[in-house]
Design a binder for this molecule. Structure first.
Ligand SMILES: NC(=O)c1ccc[n+]([C@@H]2O[C@H](COP(=O)([O-])OP(=O)(O)OC[C@H]3O[C@@H](n4cnc5c(N)ncnc54)[C@H](O)[C@@H]3O)[C@@H](O)[C@H]2O)c1
Length: 276
């Protein structure tokens, strides 16, 4: 159902590691809708992942950048503008990592050096990706910047750990920079709060299978897939959503508005009765 809604648009996609990555699907769908793309990821991820396959599939180039390094980001944007022959129209920030989560640390027992590292990669990198573009005026009027978030920014999920704090900061950066970049250049900044999704980063969270199943049972539409998320991001890059900015947009099949569903209640009562 391609409609060329990104025809003439140019953008940068951060965070495609492998075929399961949400960013991978965003790149494929943006390309199908007519966009020209530059792909980027941290140098180490480029060595581990399969991004060159994606570059072929989307007729794009890959420029390495650690999203925590202003020097790398400036180099990425300057080279991208050379490649595009112009400024560009969208940025996807699809980056997340917590060392505390990886190492199984509890929230009340976190290692603060790891916390800082995770916050730099997962949240401050969003500020930096926006600031680098802001400083060199890399974006066209009404360009669209999106980062991916999770509902743990608002609600407690017992093992999501410091990633919950990182997502809260990420969403706040979208509002604060959305204000400044909106005034300067009508650039839009939003976060998309996505359902649990089976990817490398997602599956690294302890108890992920349970989160996934619970959300699927609670949400009237079920969990939103990575493919659906990509299609939503494409609409947010397009001119059809030109006046949407500074929002955290839930893309979760209804999960965030639910309290209890019949399905979850039935499953819960079965286990309660089974334990008696
Ligand atoms: N999978 C889920 O359940 C889920 C749900 C909601 C939101 N999200 C968010 O979606 C985003 C993408 O995650 P994903 O699930 O596609 O997993 P993923 O593991 O495929 O993507 C995470 C990406 O972050 C990149 N990255 C890490 N450190 C980096 C750095 N310093 N510089 C540049 N890139 C770096 C990794 O190389 C990887 O490509 C993350 O922000 C994640 O928190 C995921």
């Amino acid at each position: 159902m391609e409609n060329n809604i990104l025809k003439g648009k140019k953008g940068i996609v951060f965070g495609a590691l492998d075929k399961k990555s949400i960013a991978w699907k965003v790149a494929v769908n943006a390309y199908k809708e007519g966009a020209e793309i530059v792909l980027t990821n941290a140098p180490i991820a480029l060595r581990m992942g399969t991004i060159n396959d994606l570059a072929k599939q989307t007729n794009s180039i890959v420029i390495p950048a650690d999203a925590t390094s202003m020097e790398d980001l400036n180099n990425l944007y300057n080279k991208s503008m050379d490649y595009f022959g112009s400024k560009f129209d969208f940025i996807l920030h699809s980056i997340g990592m917590s060392v505390n989560v990886r190492k199984g640390k509890q929230y009340y027992d976190m290692n603060y050096d790891w916390t800082q590292k995770g916050m730099d990669v997962s949240a401050m990198s969003f500020h930096k990706t926006i600031k680098a573009a802001f400083d060199i005026d890399a974006l066209n009027e009404y360009a669209s910047i999106i980062a991916l978030s999770y509902v743990a920014a608002q609600r407690v999920f017992h093992s999501y750990n410091d990633m919950a704090d990182n997502k809260a900061l990420l969403e706040s950066i979208a509002r604060s920079f959305g204000y400044h970049y909106g005034l300067k250049k009508n650039v839009r900044v939003n976060t998309v709060s996505q359902s649990p999704t089976i990817t490398t980063a997602g599956s690294g969270v302890d108890g992920f299978d349970g989160f996934y199943k619970f959300a699927d049972d609670l949400s009237p539409l079920g969990n939103a897939s990575a493919e659906d998320c990509a299609k939503y991001c494409v609409t947010l890059f397009s001119d059809y959503t030109k006046m949407v900015t500074m929002q955290n947009l839930f893309h979760d099949g209804g999960f965030s508005s639910m309290g209890m569903s019949q399905q979850v209640m039935d499953n819960y009562m079965k286990s309660v009765k089974g334990n008696k």
